[in-house]
Each structure stands twice: as C-alpha cells, then as structure tokens.
Design a protein around this ligand. Sequence first.
Ligand SMILES: [Zn+2]
Length: 158
Amino acid sequence: MLNGFKDFILRGNVVSMAIGLAVGSAFTAVVTGFSKAFITPLIGLATGSVGDFSEARFSVGKTVFPYGLAIAATIAFAITALVLYFLFVVPMAKVQERFAKEEALDPKSEKRDCPRCYAEIPAIASRCAHCTSEVEPVSDALLKAGLAPGADKVPAAR
Ligand SMILES: [Zn+2]
C-alpha cells in the first residue's frame, strides 16, 4: 500500500507541478504588487480629473443604484489587462520565441534512422552510435548545421 502511494507521488510530474504552482503564486504576487504600486495610482490620476466614477449613482424611489462602482471596476480591469499584456505577456512571448529559435539551431536535433541497424541517430552523424557502422551523413542536414558536406573528417563535437 505504501509502495502504491510512493508510485502515485512520484509518477508523472507531481514535483514539477508543485514547483510550477509555487512559482506561479509567487509571480501572482509580483503582478499584484506591480499593479497596486503603479497601475492603481495611475487610474486614480486619470479619473481624478474627470471625477471619481465610483461615487456616481442614481436612485429609483428609495433604492440607490451605485452604477459608478461597476464603471470604475470595468475601467480598472481594462487598464490593468492592457498594461499587464504589454509589460508581461508580450516580452515573455518574445523571450520564449528566442529560446525556441536557439533550440531549432541545434545541429543534432534532426534525426534519421541508421541504414544498417535502424536505430535513430543524428542526421549529421558519419558513424552510427549504436552499431558503429560508417554511414553517409544527410547532406541537407550538414548544410543546415554549417558543416562542409562530403568531407570525411569527423565534425567537431558540440
Ligand atoms: Zn547503426
């Protein structure tokens, strides 16, 4: 029974998921702090000249409808979403895009099957890592990796 529990805890990515949640909640604190420190005062400045929306209300008989609260909350939401999008989402997407490009430049990322043992080897390899047969490197992959095609010298290890 204890073994089953251990398997359950260790299976999948429970640990990395927990770390992701912890990092996520810490990042939420960063976003919340930033928004409280800069965006909320800016909204105050912007609406200060117009008058505080949250005070606006109308009444039917004795019932009061403070519709200004809804307007103020909507404006705060729109501005916060806009600022966070341009300050966090767009730069993060750019950083991730750059990392993805660097990964694609790995010369060993392109694979092919060894013609002798059919194990998967890098397309630029001139010798199979599994059966040690000499194999002809894929010339397209050599060109992409910036290694001279046709040369029988072993490409420098990366
Ligand atoms: Zn092989």
